[in-house]
Design a protein around this ligand. Sequence first.
Ligand code: HEC
Length: 165
Amino acid sequence: MSKAHFSKALRVAVTSFCAAGVLAGSVFVGAAVAADRKPEDALKYRKGVLTGLAWHFGPVVAMAKGEAPFDQKQLSERAAAMAALSNMLGEGFIQGTAQGQIDGSRTLPVAFTDSADFQKKLEALQTATAALASASGSVAQGDLGKHVAAIGGSCKACHDTYRAK
Ligand code: HEC
């Protein structure tokens, strides 16, 4: 593609993107973001966030169990990452992405029909990871287990109800 052609294509794309944004914003307040999203992208996104949570949680569990050296700096970084990821997770659960609606999804349809309870379980995760993030700079190794149990319990509570076996 020539440079001139490319920049025209870009201009057209940007213009139509903005027009769609204005339109969506005026008609569906608050739904503009979700309306633009493809179900398969939302599935990839949430799996990425969940994989990230597990990635950081593993070494924290190991420290709590004494299976890895207690490292306060590493703990703080992982706790901050988990708190951030917890706040990013909800956005990945958009309508049309339940098991049976899209390949590869293990989210039971009830997550979308009982969304108030799903939201409560998400908030339990956010509360537990935020508590560890704020305590992580000073928490003793012996008290880490309580945080790990609270976080792990929030993962399990949601999985038991909303994740397909
Ligand atoms: C609010 C509900 C909820 C919470 C809280 C939650 N999960 Fe999940 N998790 C799910 C659901 C639903 C799935 C299935 C996702 C799908 O395939 O659609 C899942 C899937 C996963 C997966 C598999 C991802 C993949 O690639 O298929 C991992 C790993 C995971 N969760 C880890 C965790 C960890 C670790 C925690 C806690 C720190 C956690 N989850 C907390 C709902 C939750």
